[in-house]
Each structure stands twice: as structure tokens, then as C-alpha cells.
Design a protein around this ligand. Structure first.
Ligand code: UT7
Length: 385
């Protein structure tokens, strides 16, 4: 078991969004809305929608592979995969297990976590704790959601807000000064009804009646959630800065959950911070739920906005109700050059092997379960030498 370390450094990052872009004008053709309403009330201009054959795991795998590539890390070295999502591929098994298999991360534990749109920062906090305690050396943290599967296209007040996508970071134990400095988690379950998918769980299993009542879709009290967000976001940013021993003015970038541009404006006003310090990409992706913070982080890094030594605060809020923030000192992170050819080839081979291995194991389990084969094996075993 590795020694307890003080820091968990972000050494890799990645993101994936589906190809299909749906503009506000496209939505105005489908429902009673307008580009003007969506743009002025939310800041959203476009979002990406997954095709029917794509679900959360496949987007998460893409983002995870990119994070491994950036860090030039081996999937076999991952000790834990934490996947934040509220749109898992299945009720069970966890989507994290599908990702573990898809990455060939055969030494990793894997688990899903549902904290709504705060999920990624929750997962980052747990990953940081696992590394700081010495339990794990390398943890892959992913936020991924296929919101279009749970959004009711007949409800214009939510249908225009959400998009699909995934973002990931790879955390590695580090003795350097860069990494997660402090984290804060919070929840208020009394607000559970404000953002909810009523049916499909043990409280209200899916039935013909629940389908007819459209209760398997997301419902949201937009006003209440807006008020909650503008109250909690400035507070959680202040508190995490304080816990990290920082002044608000020390923060170079706030990477917030992208739910509504007006929430970010209100937060900036309350913190007396320049809005330019809030990284915003809601115009391009809409609200991608648990994926929004890692997608924003990945994009900010790729565009060169985030540089080593800077202080970032990642902050989320959402269903539960939940909120979370993490203060991070950005490190040198990725290698300057592309990983050597043979390392990239090794990962490529591993992904192919992982896919074949998964199919092979499924097949052998099925064969062993088949009666004729089992009785043949039994007879062979009993045959006298
Ligand atoms: O990630 C999870 C966290 N989620 C959030 O943070 C979301 C927080 N809430 C919000 O961002 C905002 O409350 C919304 C964007 C959801 C709604 O904005 P709003 O300014 O609170 O609008 P509203 O609900 O007060 O609706 C104003 C009007 C209503 O019409 P009337 O009753 O005034 O005639 C709505 O019916 O806008 C109407 N409306 C729309 N009109 C055109 C609602 N949705 C639409 C639409 N297009 N898509």
C-alpha cells in the first residue's frame, strides 16, 4: 500500500461531446420556444445530443482515454474509477464497471456516484481523500451524463437547458506543491423534490401508469433551484478558499457548473469578482450535469487559459440538493511532448484486448452455464484415468 501523501495532482484530462449539435433555432422548430428566450434567460446557444445508440459509458470511456493519453499513464495502474452520473446506462450494474472494462483497467475498483450536477466535484473530493490516505496511487474521476434520455421534450422549461457529454481527470499521488488543496461537500435533502426523476426507482417503479404520466422524466422547480444556486455558489467558493488558506482575490479561475449564465453573474457580483474569472462555456454545451465542470476544466486547459501555479476553484450544485467545491493548485500536469509511439500503441492494444477479453469472458460464462456443456465437463471429470 502506498504511503499517505499530502497531495493528489491532476495529471490528465479529457472530454467528449457527441457530434450532433442542436441550436436554439433547431429547438424552436420542435417546441414553443425561441432563440431569444433561451439566450437571454440562460446564455445557452447550442448543446450536443447523443445518438440513440450512445449512452453514458461510451462517452465516459472516450473522456477517460484522453485523460490517460494526456498523462501518458497506463490503464493497468489505475486503482479506482469514480464515475459521477445521474443517467447510468443501467439501474445496475454501475456504469463505472462498464468503463473499467472498456479501459482495460483490470486492477481498478469501480463505482458510480450520484450527486446530481455536483457529482464530479464530490467524486474529486473522494478521489483526493483516497490518495491522501495512501489507499490509492492513481484514481480516474469522470463526470458523464446523457441528459437527453431523461429530459421531457414536451416540457420546454427543461428541454432547452440540457446537453450530453463527459469529462475526466486522472489524479496521481504527488509530493509536489500542486494538486487538490481543500474541498467542501454539502447537501440539503429537504430540497429533494425540486429536481427529481419521480419514477423508475424503488419508491415508484416504472409502470404503464408512470410512463403515461411521464414520471420517468426530469422535473425541476426552476425558480427555487435558481434561488438555491445563487445563494449556495458564492458561499461554497468563499468557504473552500478559506479552508485552503486563500483570499478570494487569490483565485485565478473559477470553474463552475454551467447551469445558467445569470447564476454566474449573480455569484460574481456577490463575491465582487470580475465575471471574466469564471470560465464559461454554457453557450456551446448547455447544462451537461455531472460532466459540465470537467468539460469546462478540460477546455480551459486546452485553450491555454489555465497555466501552472494558478489557483482554481471547481464548484458544483444540483439535485439532492447538493453542492461541492474544490480548490486546486494547477501543476505542470501533462507532458510537454506527445507520448512516444510505443506507449500510445500499448494503450491502443490494451483497449482492443479489453474489448475482446470482455466478450470472451461473457461467452465463456454463457458456455459454462449451458447444460450440455456442463454435463460433458462433469462426465469428463468422472471418467476413470
Ligand atoms: O443543473 C441543475 C441546476 N439547475 C439550475 O440551476 C436551473 C436553475 N433555474 C434556471 O436556470 C431558470 O429558472 C430557468 C432557465 C429554468 C427558467 O428561467 P426563468 O427566468 O426562471 O423563467 P420562468 O420559469 O420564470 O418562466 C418565465 C416565462 C414563463 O411564461 P409566463 O408564465 O411568464 O407567461 C414560462 O412559461 O417563460 C416561459 N418559458 C419559456 N418560454 C420560451 C419557460 N420556458 C420557456 C422556453 N421558451 N423554453
Amino acid at each position: 500500500m502506498p504511503e499517505p501523501r499530502s497531495m493528489a495532482a491532476i495529471v490528465g484530462w479529457g472530454m467528449y461531446v457527441p457530434e450532433r449539435v442542436v441550436t436554439n433555432e433547431d429547438l424552436a422548430q420542435m417546441m414553443d420556444t425561441s432563440d431569444e428566450w433561451i439566450r437571454t434567460r440562460t446564455g445557452i446557444e447550442r448543446r450536443h445530443w447523443a445518438p440513440d445508440h450512445q449512452a453514458t459509458a461510451s462517452m465516459a470511456i472516450e473522456a477517460g482515454r484522453q485523460a490517460l493519453e494526456v498523462a501518458d499513464a497506463d490503464p493497468l495502474d489505475i486503482g479506482l474509477i469514480l464515475l459521477a452520473t445521474m443517467t447510468p446506462d443501467y439501474g445496475t450494474p454501475s456504469t463505472a464497471c462498464l468503463v473499467q472494462s472498456g479501459l482495460g483497467a483490470v486492477h481498478a475498483g469501480a463505482v458510480d456516484l450520484n450527486a446530481g450536477c455536483s457529482g464530479f466535484v464530490y467524486a474529486l473530493t473522494l478521489a483526493h481523500a483516497a490518495i491522501a490516505s495512501g489507499q490509492e496511487e492513481m484514481v480516474l474521476v469522470i463526470g458523464a451524463d446523457t441528459m437527453t434520455r431523461i429530459v421531457d421534450r414536451q416540457d420546454r422549461s427543461t428541454a432547452v437547458l440540457f446537453g450530453d457529454g463527459a469529462g475526466a481527470v486522472l489524479l496521481r499521488a504527488s509530493d509536489g506543491g500542486a494538486g487538490v488543496l481543500a474541498t467542501i461537500l454539502g447537501a440539503d435533502g429537504s430540497g429533494a423534490d425540486l429536481l427529481k426523476v419521480p419514477a423508475g426507482g424503488s419508491a415508484l417503479p416504472a409502470s404503464a401508469e408512470s410512463l403515461a404520466a411521464r414520471e420517468h422524466y426530469l422535473t425541476m422547480d426552476g425558480h427555487q433551484v435558481f434561488r438555491f444556486a445563487t445563494r449556495v455558489l458564492p458561499r461554497v467558493i468563499e468557504r473552500v478558499a478559506e479552508r485552503a488558506g486563500l483570499e478570494i482575490g487569490d483565485i485565478d479561475w473559477i470553474i463552475p457548473h454551467q447551469a445558467n449564465a445569470r447564476i454566474l453573474e449573480a455569484t460574481a457580483r456577490r463575491l465582487r469578482l470580475d465575471l471574466a474569472r469564471f470560465y464559461t462555456n454554457i453557450q456551446e454545451y448547455g447544462n451537461t450535469s455531472a460532466a459540465s465542470v470537467p468539460i469546462a476544466l478540460c477546455e480551459a486547459v486546452r485553450k491555454g487559459h489555465v497555466i501552472p501555479g494558478q489557483i482554481l476553484v471547481l464548484a458544483g450544485f444540483g439535485a439532492g440538493l447538493t453542492w461541492a467545491a474544490a480548490a486546486v493548485r494547477w501543476g505542470p500536469g501533462a507532458r510537454k511532448r506527445r507520448a512516444p509511439f510505443y506507449r500510445r500503441w500499448w494503450r491502443w492494444m490494451l483497449y482492443r484486448w479489453a474489448a475482446a477479453h470482455s466478450v470472451g469472458r461473457r461467452l465463456s460464462r454463457r458456455l459454462c452455464a449451458s447444460k450440455p456443456l456442463a454435463s460433458l465437463l462433469c462426465r469428463l471429470r468422472r471418467r476413470p484415468q
